[in-house]
Design a protein around this ligand. Structure first.
Ligand code: SF4
Ligand code: ZN
Length: 419
């Protein structure tokens, strides 16, 4: 790996050494997002006259106006002009926000899009870090890491709690449009899947296989993003893997994927199935948007999200579950996923697909909205299937939700035994 040293005019040290640094709540001066406040990050391709190179604008309070221990909203809007820039590259560059912010000593970033979660440590505050310094880091990194496609960058950072509610609409429109472009593609209609090794800095044996119908578990790397990333950096973390011979169509196992995963996981993983969570499932790093867990009594699967802090019927909260199945190991019965994978017809298709889902937080039902209803209809489960899925208002133990599932005649109860 080639490391470029760039001079960034900020009062903290920037470098890959800080990438794995965790900032605990008690060490944080201020935090943003992560379900506690509105947050988003957005990279947009713009025309030459819309981007003033190097410009950083802060809309809202700066760190000196934020009391210690407080939570504020944050929105990062990164506008890029480049003669060789393509709209397809936006998602790839947006994912870099995560890495670039984590390079800062005393800065911490997890998740992505409108779920991102950021902390600034007390040490960084004491060193004189200001909110606009995020802009300095992002601009310097984009210009030094992507000189071929990035000619001009400007950054707007929003910490105002009213203005962010307007701006986040722009971001959500963009996310939607990006997701929609994938809709016509299926796993069968392409010849290659892509690897993603970006998270190996945190989870050294973790490999994501990204397919048209299975987004990376962070939710931020689609098949199109991985393809674009490979065009930008042919030797980078996203490599095309030709599908070749299929060993198991139902579970989704290919000889070529096995070989790739074996070689890229420091030879710790020999085989991987893409369409099941019960048998040699994909591994999980740490940045999954949601986690699946089996519920044996209900013969089904539950899902909980990073934003949902409450208890769940498997007896664990999201963070406890994350500790159980993260780190790049295969954990049958548990798996981290991107939220939109739920609406894919390849969603754990070997285990019965969407019809296996017996519990999810109310917020996730709302977030997926019509897409979830459409997926249920497409799977032959009927438009009322979503109402058969229990949530925290029904119960948070298997015993509490089982009578509800029986009353609603949830399809999982009559599927073949999960275990
Ligand atoms: Fe890539 Fe997977 Fe990490 Fe997302 S979670 S950045 S797809 S390795
Ligand atoms: Zn990850």
């Amino acid at each position: 790996i080639k490391l470029k040293i760039v001079d960034i005019p900020v009062p903290i040290t920037i470098g890959p050494a800080f990438e794995g640094e965790t900032i605990r709540k008690k060490d944080a001066y201020v935090e943003f997002g992560g379900g506690r406040s509105t947050s988003f990050e957005l990279v947009r391709m713009m025309s030459a006259d819309e981007v003033e190179d190097g410009k950083i604008e802060l809309i809202g309070p700066d760190i000196d106006e934020m009391p210690e221990g407080s939570v504020f909203p944050i929105g990062f809007m990164i506008d890029i002009y480049g003669r060789k820039m393509q709209e397809d590259f936006e998602g790839v560059l947006e994912r870099r926000v995560h890495y670039n912010i984590n390079y800062g000593e005393g800065l911490w970033h997890v998740a992505q899009r409108d779920m991102c979660w950021v902390r600034i440590s007390k040490g960084a505050k004491a060193a004189g870090f200001k909110i606009r310094d995020f802009g300095e880091i992002l601009i310097a990194k984009y210009k030094s890491d992507y000189p071929a496609i990035v000619d001009r960058v400007q950054v707007t950072i929003v910490t105002d709690k009213d203005i962010i509610e307007e701006k986040i609409k722009i971001a959500r429109e963009k996310y939607k449009a990006r997701d929609a472009r994938l809709k016509g593609l299926t796993d069968e209609s392409v010849d290659v899947f892509y690897s993603c090794l970006l998270c190996q800095s945190f989870a050294p044996n973790h490999v994501c296989i990204v397919t048209p119908q299975r987004v990376g578990l962070c939710g931020a790397v689609s098949w199109l993003d991985a393809k674009a990333s490979n065009e930008i950096t042919p030797t980078g973390p996203n490599q095309p893997i030709p599908k070749g011979e299929c060993l198991d169509e139902a579970k989704g196992m290919w000889q070529s994927m096995n070989e790739f995963v074996y070689n890229s996981s420091n030879r710790t993983l020999e085989e991987v199935n893409l369409y099941t969570l019960m048998d040699r499932p994909m591994t999980s790093c740490g940045c999954f948007e949601a986690i699946l867990a089996i519920l044996p009594l209900c013969n089904g699967v539950m899902i909980t999200t990073r934003e949902h802090s409450g208890d769940t019927p498997c007896g664990m909260t999201f963070s406890t579950l994350a500790g159980t199945c993260g780190g790049g190991v295969q954990t049958p019965g548990f798996m981290g996923i991107g939220r939109t994978y739920l609406t894919s017809s390849k969603f754990i298709s070997a285990d019965g697909g969407l019809g296996r889902i017996v519990w999810m937080p109310k917020d996730l039902k709302e977030y997926l909205g019509q897409d979830l209803v459409d997926a249920a209809v497409a799977a032959g489960l009927g438009a009322d299937f979503v109402d058969k899925i229990a949530d925290e208002t029904v119960g948070i133990t298997e015993d509490e939700i089982l009578p509800f599932l029986e009353e609603k005649q949830h399809p999982a109860l009559t599927m073949k035994p999960l275990m």
